[in-house]
Design a protein around this ligand. Structure first.
Ligand SMILES: [Cu+2]
Length: 506
């Protein structure tokens, strides 16, 4: 049994032999040509490949393997899909075996395992020092360092801004959303989905956000070079990528153990993977020329795969339903079993913007018109709590079909009463942060998804609860304000197809 340990267990620097051996193996993999299946570039290209993008960010693009090899191995990463978690788990497993083989070849430990970076642990949100150092302890260049990593402010100071990330996904009790309102913990039913549309809750937060925060873009306007981590086509080139994904993989294990309802899909399309419906199989090269071909069902249990994590304690629990009832001042009926909340609910559109919302400049404002009959259902749900309808509606803000060319874009999203409402009727609140990881590929008209872009979801139940308490929800529209981390250049062509509000209730 291999144990993946916390990168900060020994300070996150080269006092930790795990990191020194990682650097040794990364250097060896980087020496191999791009068309070697166990090379650094080949493994990164399995996540994504685009000649022009690679050239634009200082990545060598030759020698490429044959078209058939590329077709089988490259551009495999699953995003906007219920395959997001299992595909990346197998990818990490193959990578870890390759790294271990180079560690052992260099005289290192046979039980080497990939560390994880849990940026949520106190004091550990800064890029681990072993990745920021220019030199190894022996004075040679550090293969874990890359200059194409700009951080949240575009100045090379790399850290995960904790105000932009959360682990709220762990509070969901369903892997796949059963309504259109919420894509669930692990994402929605898709086929093979290299750049899919609907990002699952864990994929969106913290996964996408950390990619955007670590990669960032150079300078303080959106025209600077995009950091490798901020774009799926280049992310695998950054040695920290693998530690970020080990943390996401770890959170999947944590989620499975949190509640009996937190089970993986049993649908054979998920269990047997896309190859079972005639699409590409999941495949990773192993040391010595073999391949690891896997299905989601085969990677669902990490113990069976022979590894575990040194840290599997869940973060402090998400606010309970009881807390919501207390805030609203209503009496809860017999408590809902975790998982029951998704069973019989319906999703319904409450309102949407008229047309698309262009995203440019330092601030963007939009107005979501609410349908009065549907809005009344939401209002009524606060007072109609009963055995048949055990919880008031939950509300979700959808940012649908976001298209554009700059994956490093991050936006803070605020929701409040209409701008023209009386000042006393409630105030704007932050709904969350989004990062447009994957937007460029998902916007390409010749991509697998006809250029639909990406769709992200923010749970605004708390905001609507507060508006309801402030008697400010009975309005015909809500205002939405977007604040980009960098002023967005018009040339990035970023646009949100529609901003909408969905209710999910009984
Ligand atoms: Cu990722």
């Amino acid at each position: 049994m291999y144990t993946r340990t916390n990168v900060y267990a020994k300070g996150g620097n080269f006092d930790d032999p795990t990191l020194l051996w990682y650097a040794t193996a990364v250097a060896a993999m980087k020496k191999l040509a791009l068309d070697e299946p166990t090379s650094w570039g080949f493994y990164a290209a399995m996540h994504g490949f685009n000649v022009n993008v690679w050239k634009s960010v200082n990545i060598p693009t030759t020698p490429v393997p044959s078209k058939s090899i590329q077709g089988a191995y490259w551009k495999q990463c699953q995003h906007g899909s219920w395959y997001f978690l299992p595909w990346h788990r197998g990818y990490l497993l193959g990578f870890e075996k390759v790294v271990r083989s180079f560690v052992v070849a260099a005289g290192g430990p046979a039980d080497w395992a990939l560390p994880f970076w849990n940026y949520f642990d106190p004091g550990e949100n800064k890029l681990p020092p072993a990745f920021a150092a220019l030199k190894l302890p022996d004075g040679t260049p550090n293969p874990l360092y890359t200059p194409e990593r700009y951080g949240p402010n575009g100045d090379g100071n790399v850290y995960v801004d904790l105000s932009e990330v959360n682990e709220d996904a762990l509070g969901l009790h369903y892997f796949t959303g059963k309504t259109a309102a919420n894509p669930g913990f692990g994402g929605v039913d898709t086929g093979f989905s290299h750049s899919g549309r609907h990002h699952g809750a864990l994929e969106q937060q913290p996964h996408d956000q950390v990619h955007g925060l670590v990669g960032g873009q150079q300078g303080n306007v959106s025209t600077g070079m995009v950091g490798w981590m901020a774009d799926p086509t280049t992310a695998g080139f950054d040695p920290i990528f693998w530690l970020h994904h080990a943390n996401i993989d770890r959170l999947w294990v944590v989620w499975n153990a949190l509640a009996p309802a937190n089970t993986d899909p049993t649908d054979s399309k998920w269990v047997k993977g896309p190859a079972s419906i005639g699409e590409r199989e999941f495949i990773a090269p192993l040391p010595g020329g073999a391949d690891y071909i896997y299905t989601p069902g085969q990677v669902a249990d990490t113990t069976a795969l022979g590894y575990t994590y040194s840290e599997l304690t869940p973060p402090s629990p998400a606010p309970s339903l009881a807390a919501r009832f207390a805030t609203l001042g209503i009496v809860a009926p017999a408590s809902l079993a975790p998982g029951a909340e998704n069973v019989d609910k319906k999703a319904e559109l409450v309102g949407a913007t008229q047309g698309s919302v262009p995203v440019a400049g330092a601030e963007i404002r939009a107005s979501v018109a609410l349908d009065s009959a549907t809005r009344k259902k939401v209002v009524n749900s606060f007072t109609a709590v009963s055995a048949a309808s055990p919880e008031p509606d939950r509300l979700y803000l959808h940012l649908e079909n976001i298209t554009g060319t700059n994956d490093a874009t991050r936006l803070a999203v605020y929701v409040g009463p209409p701008a023209d409402a009386h000042a006393a009727s409630g105030t704007e609140q932050i709904a969350g942060h989004i990062a447009l990881f994957g937007v460029r590929e998902a916007s390409e008209p010749d991509g697998g998804h006809a250029g639909h872009g990406i769709s992200l979801v923010l749970d605004i139940t708390k905001i609507v609860d507060q508006l309801h308490l402030d008697r400010a929800f009975d309005v015909d529209k809500l205002s939405v304000r977007l604040v980009p981390s960098h002023p967005v250049d018009k040339g990035d062509n970023i646009s949100i197809g529609r901003i909408s509000v969905y209710r999910e209730g009984f």
